[in-house]
Design a protein around this ligand. Sequence first.
Ligand code: HEM
Length: 269
Amino acid sequence: MIGKLFSRLTATVRESQIWNSIFRHGPPDTPRNQMLAVASNVFLHLHPSKVRKSGIELRYTWCMGGLSFFVFIVEVITGLLLMFYYRQTIQFAYVDVMDMRESLPLGIMREIHRWGAHTMVIVVWLHMLRVFMTGSYKPPREFNWVIGVILLVLTLLLSFTGYLLPWDQLAIWAITVGSNMAAATPLVGVEGPLASKMIIPGLGNLGDIAMVNASDDARFGLIAGHFVGEGALLRFYVLHCVFIPFIAVILMAVHFWRVRKDGGISGPM
Ligand code: HEM
């Protein structure tokens, strides 16, 4: 009785104009309809219509690519919630983070965000390890490997820029050490190799050119000053919340698109 009612209800929904305007194929019970179901769905069409079963087995992929994306989404959601409360000035940053601990819903969001950041770094490394171990960087996937390397750098930069935001002693000194390394960047760091060969147009009093110096090198550009202060906090906040995630999302779209165009996940040799 209930079964009959249910199948009649399903048939009515399937024949309705609303259903047919969204799903433009029959139930996925034939190879043709299964193919159409994948190809006409905005999320599923990221996969090729047919994939090798062996290629999507857990012991092959470790699901690390999917997990990297999942943790990234968790970071975006918890990060957006934290943005409602956190103020990126040296007057408020530390107290805001401490106050969040008093409030249960925000406190847990902050912990998830912090642990999620550590998790994402580990999971992305493991994904890269699996891609390397299965030789999935070989043609035709070498371009996607390069996109992956940039995604890895962006993941590390997200972690680095987020580290300053709590504005505690650990954050300030860690970023001081980290940003000092930027001063040793070849060509663009004042203490780096070939620094004396670098010429910055439009600066200094030697006509239109000057050698790179501590006020216009990579470190200065990163922390907006000679030491980690208000300017660095604002710069890291914008990089962490807007600039790097924006580029990461675009590159992830290209990464997934390439997985599809390269014939899906590689599969065991
Ligand atoms: C935010 C970081 C990343 C995300 C969200 C991500 C996501 C994914 C997903 C979902 C897949 C398909 C499923 C899988 O193989 O597990 C994949 C495949 C792939 N990824 Fe990543 N990835 C990231 C970083 C990287 C890195 C760091 C590398 C290497 C340097 C890389 C190289 C590749 C390659 C070559 C494939 C194709 C693998 C194959 O066909 O077997 N990805 N990625």
